[in-house]
Write a protein that binds this ligand. Structure first.
Ligand code: FEO
Length: 172
C-alpha cells in the first residue's frame, strides 16, 4: 500500500500531467489556427504523450491499492501571443513538471517507499529528455527570430523531432 500522503501527491501529479496534456492541446490548436501545421503536429503528439504520462501514474496508484481521483482541470490559455512566447511557455512548463517530479521523489525517500521511488525514475529520465527537447526548439526559434524563410523550415522540420533525436543531438 502507498501512504495517504504519497497517494495525495501522486494524485496531484496525475492532475499536472492531465493539465499538461490540455495546455499542449491548446497550443496545438493555436498553432494550427496560425497555419503552422508542423508545430501543431508536434504539439498534438506532445499532448498525447502527457496523457500517457498521466495513465502510467493512474495505473501505478491502482496497482498499489491506492485510490485515484480524477479531478477537474484548469482551462489552458487559448492565445499564446507568438511562436517564441509559446515555446518559452512550453519550456517553462516542463521545468515546472520536473520540479514537481523531484518533489515527489523526495517524498518517496522521506517515506522509505522504494517501489514508488523506483517507479518514478522513468519520469526523472523522461523529464531530462523533455527539458532538452523544449530547450532545443526554443533555442532554434530564438535564433530564427522574424526570418520568414527560417520559420518555414522550422515548421517543416519540427514534426520530425523526437525526444531520442534531440537527446542524441545534445548528448542528454
Ligand atoms: Fe509529463 Fe512533459 O511532462
Amino acid at each position: 500500500m502507498i501512504s495517504e500522503n504519497l497517494e495525495k501527491a501522486l494524485n496531484a501529479q496525475i492532475r499536472i500531467e492531465a493539465e499538461s496534456s490540455q495546455v499542449y492541446l491548446s497550443m496545438a490548436c493555436w498553432a494550427e489556427s496560425k497555419g503552422l501545421e508542423g508545430v501543431a503536429g508536434f504539439m498534438y503528439d506532445h499532448s498525447d504523450e502527457e496523457r500517457v504520462h498521466m495513465l502510467k501514474l493512474v495505473k501505478y496508484v491502482n496497482e498499489r491499492g491506492g485510490t485515484v481521483k480524477i479531478s477537474d482541470l484548469k482551462a489552458p490559455d487559448t492565445d499564446f501571443g507568438s511562436l517564441q512566447k509559446m515555446l518559452q511557455q512550453l519550456y517553462e512548463h516542463e521545468l515546472f513538471v520536473s520540479k514537481s517530479i523531484n518533489d515527489l521523489v523526495r517524498i518517496t525517500l522521506e517515506e522509505n517507499d522504494y517501489a514508488t521511488h523506483n517507479f518514478l525514475q522513468w519520469y526523472v529520465a523522461e523529464q531530462l529528455e523533455e527539458e532538452a527537447l523544449a530547450r532545443s526548439v526554443l533555442d532554434k526559434i530564438n535564433m530564427i527570430g522574424d526570418d520568414k524563410g527560417g520559420l518555414y523550415l522550422f515548421d517543416r522540420d519540427i514534426q520530425q523531432l523526437t525526444g531520442e533525436s534531440i537527446a542524441s543531438n545534445t548528448g542528454a
